[in-house]
Design a protein around this ligand. Structure first.
Ligand SMILES: [Mg+2]
Length: 239
C-alpha cells in the first residue's frame, strides 16, 4: 500500500475518514436494475415490453390498451405486479418468470465492480423488486454473483414492493442487520427513504428519469450521490 505524502495535494482528512468508515460497514444492500449495471444497458426496455405482452395476453387486448392498464397499475400500486395481484389475482410466479425472460448479453461483465465488492469486508445483499432468478441471471452476467451472500426479492418481501417500509423490516430481521451499520445503494431515490428511516446510510446512483429523481431535495435523505458505482465503490474499498 502506498501512502500519499505529497503536501501539494493532500486528501481532506474528513473525506478520507468518511470513506474508510464506509468500507467497514457490516452490511451492504444493493438494488439490482439500473444500479449494479448502468441504465444505458437498456435491459428494462426488454422487461417493459414483456410486461406489456403479458398484460395483452392475460386480458386478450392490444398492446396500446395493455400499456394504458400497465400505467394504471404502476401508478396505483407501485409496481405492475402488485396491481395485477390486487385487482386480478394474477399468479406472481408466472408473471415474474415471463417478464424476466430476457437477453442479458447487453450487460457487460465488470471486473472493477467485482474487485470493489470483493474489497468490502461486510455482507452483501441484493434487494430487488424483481426475482431471484432475474438477479442471478444479471449478476452472473456482470461476473459478481459470487460476491453476494443473499438475494432478497419480491417474493421474500411478500410481494410488497419497495418503497413500502414493511419488506425493509423483513429484510433487516431475516438477516440480522444493524441498520446503523448498513449502507443501501439505489437508483430510485424514494426507495432510499425507508432505509434512511431505519438508520441506514443511503447511496443514490443518480438517475435522470423523473421516477428515479422524485423526492431528491424534497424529503428523501441522500448521504452520497454517485454517478459511476464501480469507480466509487473501488474508492470506498481502498483499491
Ligand atoms: Mg433500480
Amino acid at each position: 500500500m502506498t501512502v500519499q505524502t505529497s503536501p501539494a495535494a493532500p486528501a481532506p482528512a474528513s473525506a478520507t475518514n468518511a470513506m474508510a468508515t464506509l468500507r467497514d460497514r457490516a452490511v451492504w444492500i444493493f438494488d439490482l436494475d439500473n444500479t449494479l449495471y448502468p441504465a444505458a444497458c437498456n435491459l428494462f426496455v426488454q422487461v417493459d415490453r414483456r410486461i406489456n405482452e403479458f398484460i395483452a395476453g392475460h386480458f386478450n387486448i392490444g398492446m396500446d390498451e395493455a400499456r394504458v392498464r400497465q400505467k394504471h397499475f404502476f401508478r396505483e400500486y407501485g409496481t405492475t405486479l402488485r396491481g395485477l395481484m390486487m385487482e386480478h389475482d394474477v399468479d406472481p410466479v408466472a408473471y415474474m418468470d415471463y417478464v424476466h425472460d430476457i437477453d442479458v448479453t447487453g450487460v457487460q461483465p465488470s471486473a472493477l465492480l467485482a474487485d470493489a465488492l470483493g474489497g468490502l469486508p461486510g455482507r452483501k445483499i441484493i434487494y430487488t423488486n424483481g426475482s431471484v432468478r432475474h438477479a442471478e441471471n444479471v449478476a452472473g452476467r456482470l461476473g459478481i454473483l459470487d460476491r453476494f451472500d443473499a438475494v432478497f426479492d419480491i417474493a421474500a418481501g411478500g410481494y410488497v414492493p419497495k418503497p413500502d417500509p414493511r419488506p425493509y423490516a423483513t429484510l433487516v430481521e431475516r438477516y440480522g442487520v444493524d441498520p446503523t451499520d448498513a449502507c443501501m445503494v439505489e437508483d430510485i431515490a424514494r426507495n432510499l427513504a425507508p432505509a434512511h428511516a431505519l438508520g441506514m446510510t443511503t447511496v443514490w446512483v443518480r438517475g435522470e428519469k423523473e421516477y428515479e429523481k422524485a423526492g431528491v431535495g424534497a424529503g428523501v435523505h441522500i448521504d452520497h450521490t454517485v454517478d459511476d458505482l464501480p469507480a466509487w465503490l473501488a474508492k470506498v474499498a481502498g483499491l
